[in-house]
Design a protein. Structure first.
Length: 137
């Protein structure tokens, strides 16, 4: 298998590993006191955690949305990740972490940002006809 043919498989593998690592991180208990020692204050812990939710889901959406193996069905990544965010948030209540509906909203914000990046990348990379008009595929 050449490197170019292996790329879609590698891309899906990287997406799956990133999603699995994020799931494990979300379902691992994190003592607030140790996070506060590292980050400084309650506000910094809060800001870091919420930024992490948005940023990670944006990156996961970009990874999943740009996987060539998904082709035109890439948009299924969006509701899949929203469901993942909701499910992991629910399960956090069973591992000693708080469950907050606001975090699902932040996850969804990250997914929307990632989805817009994927749409923009696909629009930029769309084949063009010689007249500069979009190719009507």
């Amino acid at each position: 298998m050449s490197c170019c043919r292996a790329w879609p498989t590698v891309h899906i593998f990287v997406f799956a590993v990133a999603l699995t690592a994020w799931t494990v991180a979300l379902l691992s208990p994190v003592p607030h006191d140790s996070a506060k020692k590292v980050l400084g204050s309650d506000w910094e812990v809060f800001l870091f955690g919420k930024t992490l939710h948005v940023g990670t889901y944006a990156v996961l959406t970009i990874l999943g949305g740009t996987a060539a193996a998904f082709g035109r069905r890439w948009w299924w990544v969006l509701p899949g990740l929203v469901a993942h965010g909701g499910l992991t948030e629910y399960l956090q209540g069973f591992v000693g972490r708080g469950s907050r509906i606001e975090d699902v909203g932040l996850d969804s914000l990250g997914i929307a940002i990632g989805g817009l990046v994927v749409l923009a990348a696909r629009a930029v990379n769309r084949p063009r006809s010689p007249a500069g008009l979009a190719n009507p595929e």
